[in-house]
Write a protein that binds this ligand. Structure first.
Ligand code: PA5
Length: 352
C-alpha cells in the first residue's frame, strides 16, 4: 500500500488530474450559479404538475441531490429516472430535465425523446452531444456545460444547473448566499484535506486507509442519503473499490436482520454513518442503537458529522467534498489512476 505521506510525484499516478478537478469543485458551483442567472426558460414552464429528471451515473447524482434538497420546499413531486422508461404521468405539464454530461447516454436519450413526443416541457443540461440536438429539435432550452472532465468530476455543474432550473420555478428554496457560502466552506476544507497535509491531521487520508481493506457501506438519512450514494459511486469509480450505500431509517427495517452471515464478510465490512444537523433527531438515536448491534457482530463502524454552522446546501457539499477526497486517496493507495473507468468504457463500447 502506497504511503500517502511519501508521495513525490502524484501526477505519475493521477495522470488525468483528478485532484485538480476535485479542487475545482467550489469554482464549478460558483461559475454555474453565475451562468444560470442569464439562463432563460420559456414563460409557460411555470405551470407544472411534476418534474422528472433524467440521468445516469455521475449525471444522475446531480438529480438525486437536487431532489433531496427540494423535498421539503417543492410544491410538485420531483422524480429522478435512471432507466429506459418514463413514468406514465409524464405529459404537457411535466418539466423534464435531461441531465447528461456527454449528451450521448443511451437511456437518457431514449427517455428524453419519449418525453418530447409526450409534449413535456424540456430542458437539457449537457456538454452537447445528441441530447443537445434533440433539445434543439424540440426548441427546448439547453444549458451547456463548458468544462472538460469525467462526468462525475463535473458534479458542480450537473448539480448546480438543476438547482438553477428548480429555483427559477420556485421549487427549491435557496438563500441568496447559500452557493457562495458552500464554496467558501469547501475551499476551507480543502486546505485540511490536500496531499501536503499529513495523515495524522488529514481526515480524508485517515478514512481512505481505514476503508482500503474493507467493504465500505455508507449510510445517511434525508439529504445525506444521496450524499452517501455519491460517496459510494466515487469510491467505486475513483477508488476502484467495491462499496454500497444505504438509507436511514429504512435500513433499520431489513438490512439490520441480515447482519449474521457470511461471518468472514462481516469482519471485512466497515459502516460509515453520515449525520446531518438538519436530520430528524430519531435517526441519531437509531444510529447509536445500530452501533451497539454492529459492535456485537464485530462490524467496524464510525459516525461522521461535519456539524457546520451553514445552510443545508453547504452541509451537503462539504460532506460530498470529503468523500471525493477519500475516494481519490483510495486510488492513490492502490497506485491506480483515479480517472480511468475501463469497465464502464468497455460496456458502453460493447453496447454501441
Ligand atoms: O461516471 C461516469 O462516467 C458514469 O457514471 C456516467 O456519468 C454515466 O455513464 C452517464 O454518462 P453521462 O454522465 O455522460 O450521461
Amino acid at each position: 500500500m502506497t504511503n500517502l505521506d511519501q508521495i513525490n510525484n502524484l501526477e505519475h499516478v493521477d495522470k488525468q488530474s483528478m485532484l485538480r478537478h476535485i479542487q475545482e469543485l467550489p469554482d464549478q458551483i460558483e461559475n454555474c450559479w453565475e451562468e444560470m442567472k442569464s439562463f432563460v426558460m420559456p414563460a409557460n414552464y411555470i405551470k407544472l404538475s411534476n418534474v422528472v429528471i433524467l440521468g445516469m451515473g455521475g449525471s444522475a447524482v446531480g438529480g438525486f441531490l437536487a431532489k433531496a434538497l427540494a423535498f421539503s420546499t417543492s410544491k410538485v413531486p420531483i422524480e429522478v429516472v435512471n432507466s429506459y422508461h418514463l413514468p406514465n404521468y409524464v405529459g404537457p405539464e411535466t418539466l423534464v430535465i435531461g441531465l447528461s454530461y456527454s449528451g450521448n447516454t443511451e437511456e437518457t436519450l431514449t427517455t428524453f425523446r419519449e418525453a418530447g413526443k409526450k409534449k413535456a416541457k424540456l430542458v437539457a443540461i449537457t456538454m452537447g452531444g445528441e441530447l443537445a440536438s434533440i433539445a434543439s429539435n424540440f426548441k427546448a432550452p439547453v444549458y451547456t456545460i463548458n468544462y472538460g472532465s469525467q462526468p462525475r468530476a463535473a458534479l458542480g455543474y450537473l448539480f448546480t444547473a438543476v438547482l438553477g432550473v428548480l429555483s427559477k420555478l420556485d421549487l427549491v428554496d435557496l438563500g441568496k448566499d447559500d452557493v457562495r457560502e458552500s464554496a467558501v466552506l469547501m475551499r476551507g476544507l480543502a486546505t485540511k484535506l490536500n496531499p501536503e497535509v499529513p495523515t495524522y491531521q488529514n481526515e480524508a487520508k485517515k478514512l481512505a486507509i481505514t476503508m482500503e481493506d474493507k467493504l465500505p457501506i455508507i449510510a445517511g438519512a434525508g439529504v445525506m442519503a444521496p450524499v452517501a450514494y455519491r460517496w459510494r459511486t466515487q469510491i467505486n469509480e475513483n477508488g476502484k473499490h467495491l462499496a454500497y450505500s444505504l438509507e436511514l431509517p429504512e435500513l433499520c427495517h431489513n438490512w439490520l436482520a441480515g447482519l449474521k452471515v457470511p461471518q468472514p464478510l462481516l469482519k471485512q465490512t466497515y459502516v460509515l454513518f453520515i449525520q446531518s444537523k438538519h436530520e430528524n433527531e430519531r435517526n441519531r438515536i437509531r444510529q447509536n442503537i445500530i452501533g451497539q448491534i454492529l459492535r456485537k457482530q464485530g462490524v467496524k463502524y464510525d459516525i461522521i458529522s461535519l456539524q457546520l454552522s451553514g445552510c443545508v446546501l453547504s452541509e451537503m457539499l462539504v460532506t460530498i467534498y470529503l468523500g471525493d477526497y477519500v475516494s481519490y486517496y483510495m486510488a492513490i493507495l492502490k497506485d491506480i489512476d483515479p480517472t480511468k473507468v475501463e469497465e464502464i468504457e468497455y460496456l458502453k463500447k460493447q453496447l454501441s
